[in-house]
Unconditional design. Structure first.
Length: 212
């Protein structure tokens, strides 16, 4: 009797685990990234490594006399008039205990004409599975009075070991860009085989009690 109660309690605990945060981009450290001007502020080397993400640019961006930057500060990651292509990407995220996860980006426009100069200016969100190719799930290049930059998607990760989430952007214009405040991955863990086996044992114990 006590054994059956203990098994049932264990299963109930596993069943109520619910959705958990698998990844939360940590923008708490100020000054991770790049800033530059054309009058003496040199551009830092790429990549820049944060607590659980990497920032990079593929080629030297253009500069002007205003401050051009892609950098963390005040709990967010901000891009303003960076002058070229730049990217955010998470470290590897272990999703081996999940069948499906949800990816969410919370992001705001800066300025008045960000991403207006298509196709050069744009922003996109993507993910990769087990080091594979980027899969885009959000792309924007239009007037900022249109849709906001928040986006989310569900991804089937059954049989996948690692996930990465990322952002590619190109923005050029004084004061224009984006302010990324949150990148999260959430999911509900799949019960381990041992939990499934215990479920069967609990059912067997219940059946025996009924027969008794």
């Amino acid at each position: 009797m006590k054994c059956a109660i203990g098994i049932a309690a264990f299963i109930a605990s596993a069943a109520t685990a619910g959705t958990v945060t698998v990844y939360d981009a940590d923008f708490s450290v100020d000054g991770i990234g790049f800033d530059h001007t054309s009058n003496g502020n040199a551009l830092e080397a790429s990549p820049a490594v944060g607590p659980n993400f990497t920032l990079s640019y593929p080629s030297i961006p253009s500069s002007d006399t205003t401050l051009n930057f892609f950098i963390t500060g005040g709990g967010t990651l901000t891009s303003s008039d960076f002058g070229g292509a730049h990217s955010f990407e998470s470290f590897d995220i272990d999703v081996s205990q999940y069948d499906e996860v949800s990816i969410s980006f919370i992001n705001d426009f800066l300025g008045t004409d960000s991403f207006n100069n298509a196709p050069a200016e744009f922003i996109e969100y993507y993910y990769t599975l087990d080091g594979g190719a980027q899969t885009q799930f959000f792309f924007f290049t239009d007037d900022p009075n249109g849709p906001d930059l928040n986006a989310s998607t569900f991804v089937n990760v059954a049989g996948v070991s690692t996930l990465r989430v990322g952002l590619n952007a190109n923005v050029d214009g004084a004061g224009d860009g984006f302010d990324l405040s949150s990148v999260t991955v959430t999911g509900t863990p799949v019960p381990a085989p041992a939990t499934i086996a215990l479920t069967g044992l609990a059912g067997l114990a219940a059946a025996r009690r009924r027969r008794a």
